[in-house]
Design a protein around this ligand. Structure first.
Ligand SMILES: [Zn+2]
Length: 484
């Protein structure tokens, strides 16, 4: 794909018009999001139902996959529960028939996201692309249209209570403050794409915001953060827990005013530990590559579902609804904001529990908790007796990016050994896949000072936990010490 020509006069002329239209769209979404939280349950349901009817009709008319799925259904009359459940693997295998812009092609999309230099760049001038990790076995690629992006931004700017506690951009700049995102930053993942997109569009943010890779050794990350001195940090709970230990040991010297955690489950005790060590508020959100801004922390410790833009159906293993107060086996997601790649009754794989009673904060949005959406932190001991802890997401990303494999499990079996289960993709021999895994994981471990850790081949296929039914990619085996 050729890169856009910056001197194209048509592009230059259309740029300000597009910016104005995006701003106007964002303003409309913001007004709607603000008004919706003052509505009662019936008012929220009315917004949700109108959007659902429009989305289902649009998908049936413009997405060949949904046209097939809904061929015996009248989209104008069907209830949500009568629509079939969809899964990532099936949809990804027919990506070109999934998207409603019939000119989008998977091969072109793959070329775009294979270039890290394009992270945060618009695709075809009007879409944003991101990819999910393969933690459920099949990496997904997601196309966002301008309408969905304006909804995500409007929800964040009107409903996320962290904004009330964070300094404004101006205040941050006035005190020389900076904003840091700690994540896997070399791929087109939703968080980093959104961060880079905002930086590209806002010169002030460009100057004060930076991303840091969680794949680097923790000592290097600590040094980089000490030099950057961020006032605002966004990252995964597991990263913040590791950094809390570094702060407690006086190696990390940053004093953030706000910490934003996302991407994994954050237990109450862990939140309290991070808040106590950093002496600041910690906020969390619940989002997915399939729908950003699903639910936000209200400040009371609960996540509130943005139910006018997202539908969550907590269900058991047979897709039967489970009542409030009961943990679901999985959850069916419907994203009412995005029409270019419809997500309707999509098996997301997360276990959630809807709160049975209203939240003390008084929000009309339903409250929920997300259960067990997390892999394990691995802890190794070097021959010199030094303890080194590795983030699950960093281990997963190192293998995934180094091998291109999606279906694998890294299991720590001793203080100085891991074993790897894997399923090679069609056309790749097991031995060839294993050589790639051993090289990628070995290189990563050497970079962390863990060159002595043995990487063993496990002939079992990757599988879900027999008790929870959850597929986890990075696991600390039974009996392996987790202490820092
Ligand atoms: Zn609340």
């Amino acid at each position: 794909m050729s890169r856009p020509d910056p001197f194209d006069p048509w592009r230059l002329a259309l740029g300000p018009i597009r910016e104005l239209s995006q701003w106007w769209r964002w303003w409309g979404s913001t007004q709607d999001c603000m008004m919706a939280v003052h509505a009662d349950a019936a008012g929220l349901a009315k917004r949700r139902d109108a959007r659902l009817a429009g989305l289902v009709a649009h998908a049936a008319a413009n997405s060949p996959i949904y046209r097939e799925l809904y061929r015996d259904i009248d989209p104008g009359r069907a209830s949500l529960q009568s629509l079939p459940v969809v899964r990532r693997q099936t949809l990804m295998h027919r990506f070109d028939d999934w998207v409603t812009d019939r000119s989008i092609r998977l091969d072109e999309v793959r070329r775009f996201i294979s270039d890290p230099a394009r992270i945060g760049e618009p695709y075809r001038d009007r879409y944003v692309l991101w990819t999910s990790s393969g933690s459920t076995g099949e990496p997904g690629i997601f196309v966002q249209d301008e309408a969905s992006l304006s909804v995500y931004e409007a929800l964040l700017s009107t409903r996320f209570s962290a904004r009330e506690h964070a300094e404004s951009l101006w205040q941050t700049l006035a005190v020389g403050g900076r904003m840091a995102m700690l994540a896997a930053i070399d791929g087109h993942y939703a968080g980093v794409v959104t961060w880079e997109r905002l930086r590209r569009r806002n010169p002030l943010l460009h100057a004060c915001a930076r991303t840091f890779s969680v794949l680097q050794p923790i000592g290097e990350l600590v040094e980089a953060l000490n030099a950057f001195e961020p006032r605002f940090i966004a990252s995964y709970p597991t990263t913040m827990l590791l950094l809390a230990d570094e702060r407690r040991a006086n190696r990390l010297r940053v004093a953030p005013q706000t910490i934003w955690c996302g991407g994994e489950t954050l237990a109450d005790a862990e939140r309290a530990r991070i808040e106590s060590v950093f002496e600041c508020r910690v906020f969390q959100d619940y989002g997915a590559s399939e729908a950003m801004a699903i639910a936000f922390d209200c400040g009371c410790g609960h996540l509130h579902l943005n139910c006018d833009w997202v539908i969550l159906e907590p269900v058991d293993a047979h897709y039967r609804p489970v009542p409030a107060g009961t943990a679901s086996t999985t959850v069916l997601l419907t994203n009412l904001a995005n029409r270019v790649q419809p997500i309707i009754r999509y098996d997301l794989g997360d276990s959630i529990t809807m709160r049975a009673s209203p939240c003390p904060c008084g929000s009309p949005l339903p409250a929920l908790t997300v259960d067990g959406r997390r892999d394990d932190i691995l802890c190794f001991v070097t021959p010199g007796g030094r303890s080194v802890r590795l983030l699950p997401l960093a281990v997963e990303t190192a293998v995934e990016e180094g091998t291109g494999l999606a279906r694998f499990q890294v299991i720590q079996i001793a203080d100085d050994a891991v074993s790897v289960r894997f399923a090679p993709p069609a056309g790749t021999s097991r031995n060839a896949a294993w050589r790639r895994i051993r090289r990628a994981l070995g290189d990563y471990l050497v970079a962390q000072g863990l060159g002595d850790v043995a990487v063993n081949r496990d002939e079992q296929v990757p599988r879900a936990d027999p008790v929870s039914g959850k597929f986890r990619q990075v696991i600390r085996g039974p009996g392996v010490d987790s202490r820092p």
